[in-house]
Design a protein around this ligand. Structure first.
Ligand code: CO
Length: 296
């Protein structure tokens, strides 16, 4: 029995050694460590959104100098639209495949999502596939903006620090989050709770999830709000901000809230235009990157 155990262990060690050698140098090539960052966003074709992406790109390069930074957009529709304008953006899978070809060995993939919802989990699946294919020595995905309680605290400070200075305490700030059918949608109500502990007139609604506009409007009326600043709680001030939030159509938040007798002041700035929010994403990249340094 003991002998058999020793044999099993010895075989396992031998097997893993062989496998390890094979992974480390496929076909006898020895790879030098080559790190890269891949930033992944849903994407936007709106010109107004580009300022957010440029700000993130600049901040990441400043925080992690010398590491090449690549981008991928997950939205097929947006990539197609941009291609029509002559702008070539890759999907995550294509971007990663190109990085394999370019000989990168350690890739930190950073989600630029707000919560770990459906799109973040789709991204996780792509990253996991590349991990199991073994083309990179290491590929690690960084958290979206809101993941840990520390992120929630930082996001509360970021919101309170980016409200227009002229806003008075009895005026509301209504943030528009995206919202999702995914269980992670609960982050929006959780963040509103923490925001209101510090400033009771800050509200966070969503376009596609909970809290919805009806819920927020009821609260605005209960608290006898006369004026509200509308701000997107999305990385970019894109289509949702311009149309669903600040548009002139009858069903925009601005129209519905104005109709309830509350003066609206839309602020068309995405969260990624402000360094307070960008720093949260940038710091999340530090997790995967420090892991690479430890594995040397
Ligand atoms: Co949407």
């Amino acid at each position: 029995m003991k002998k058999l155990n020793v044999f099993v262990v010895a075989s396992a060690v031998l097997l893993s050694l062989v496998a390890g050698v094979a992974l480390a140098s496929p076909h006898g090539e020895s790879k030098e460590e080559k790190k890269a960052i891949l930033l992944v966003a849903f994407g936007s074709s709106e010109e107004s959104a580009q300022i957010s992406f440029e700000n993130i790109d600049k901040s990441v390069k400043k925080a992690y100098p010398g590491i090449p930074v690549k981008w991928a957009y997950t939205s097929h529709i947006i990539r197609k639209k941009l291609a029509g304008q002559g702008k070539q953006l890759d999907s995550t899978a294509v971007a990663l495949a190109k990085m394999v070809d370019e000989g990168f060995t350690h890739v930190a993939v950073q989600s630029l999502h707000t919560i770990a919802g459906a799109e973040y989990h789709d991204l996780r699946r792509v990253v996991s596939s590349f991990k199991s294919m073994g083309d990179f020595e290491s590929i690690i995905l960084g958290y979206p903006m809101l993941a840990t309680q520390k992120d929630m605290v930082r996001a509360v400070d970021a919101v309170l620090g980016t409200i227009p200075k002229e806003r008075k305490a009895n005026e509301a700030v209504v943030l528009m989050g995206h919202g999702t059918h995914h269980p992670a949608n609960a982050f929006y109500a959780a963040l509103m709770f923490q925001l209101q502990l510090k400033d009771p007139n800050v509200y966070l609604g969503t376009v596609e999830g909970y809290p919805d506009l009806d819920t927020i409007l009821t609260l605005l009326k209960q608290n006898q709000i006369k004026k509200a600043y509308l701000m997107p709680f999305m990385s970019v001030a894109g289509d949702h901000a311009k149309n669903d939030m600040a548009g002139d159509e009858d069903d925009s938040w601005k129209s519905i809230i104005t109709k309830a007798g509350i003066e609206c002041v839309p602020v068309l700035k995405g969260t990624a235009e402000f360094n307070q929010f960008v720093d949260i994403w940038v710091d999340h990249l530090g997790g995967p990157l420090s892991h690479f340094d430890n594995s040397k």
